[in-house]
Design a protein around this ligand. Structure first.
Ligand SMILES: C[S@@+](CC[C@H](N)C(=O)[O-])C[C@H]1O[C@@H](n2cnc3c(N)ncnc32)[C@H](O)[C@@H]1O
Length: 244
């Protein structure tokens, strides 16, 4: 059941090939050239890192996650020996500094928002120290995120339910449930407590950590991301904060 919940999570919320193509475009625009090294923080099963090392024979990745058991699922991604040798798994806190710096440091799917302000400040300082190019954070916000709500989404062979349970003015308690087409329910497959921050608050914390150029790319209704000076006024939006 544990392996299943990770597979369902990947199918429901991750699109590593699309993310890597987008990261390459951002890197070309903000840094120039192509990224060869990636540090994926809050990596889970290290799916994005696996697809990154697969995408080019020169590419190397470090995947960092607190949970060694989740990271071990990196073995399920079908890498050959050479690709596997270019992927390093680090079971530890994202605040751990790596021995080298990376062209790209990423924290996708809002995972970083589980950190309180002190921990997030320390994490940004680590990201700054370990980043030779771009630091990319996925962000979400809007009034819809600040109230109880359930949203059902269809995927291939299952439905997943995003539940916002409670918001206390600062933190959102949320859960991800899966319902398979054969009737199996995985309730509370993942639960989270996110600290909700505005894009401006996160920008200020990135600046304090030493990132001096931060660009917000917000996704529009058609899924296109455009650089914006201000956060959208939409009820719910997601986007990327891209820091140099
Ligand atoms: C939802 S998964 C993210 C999976 C994937 N990277 C994605 O973008 O969807 C969040 C992961 O963050 C890890 N995590 C939470 N706090 C952490 C910390 N302080 N340091 C390292 N990993 C952490 C959890 O163990 C969990 O596997």
């Amino acid at each position: 059941m544990n392996a299943l919940r990770h597979r369902l999570y990947e199918a429901a919320v991750q699109s590593p090939e699309i993310d890597i193509a987008l990261l390459e475009r951002l890197y070309a625009r903000h840094v120039g050239g192509e990224p060869e090294t990636l540090r994926e923080d809050f990596a889970g099963t290290a799916l994005t890192s696996a697809r990154f090392v697969e995408s080019d024979a020169e590419r190397e990745a470090l995947a960092v996650d607190l949970d060694a058991a989740v990271l071990a699922h990196a073995a399920d991604h079908g890498l050959d020996e050479d690709e596997r040798a270019r992927l390093t798994l680090l079971a530890g806190d994202v605040r751990t500094r790596s021995e080298r710096a990376y062209d790209l440091v990423i924290a996708m799917n809002f995972s970083w928002a589980v950190l309180d302000d002190a921990a997030l400040g320390e994490y940004f300082a680590t990201a700054r120290a370990c980043c030779d190019g771009l630091f990319v954070l996925e962000h979400f916000d809007g009034p819809e995120l600040r109230r109880p709500r359930r949203a059902e989404h269809r995927a291939d062979g299952f439905t997943y339910v995003w539940e916002q349970r409670a918001f206390d003015g600062r933190c959102l308690d949320a859960a991800l449930h899966f319902v398979l087409d054969d009737g199996t329910h995985l309730d509370d497959a993942f639960t989270y407590r996110f600290v909700l921050r505005t894009a401006d608050e996160v920008r200020a914390m990135l600046a304090s950590a030493g990132f001096d150029e931060v660009t917000l790319y917000a996704e529009d209704a058609r899924g296109r991301r455009t650089a914006r000076r201000r956060a959208p006024r939409a009820p719910l939006w997601r986007g990327l904060l891209v820091a140099r």
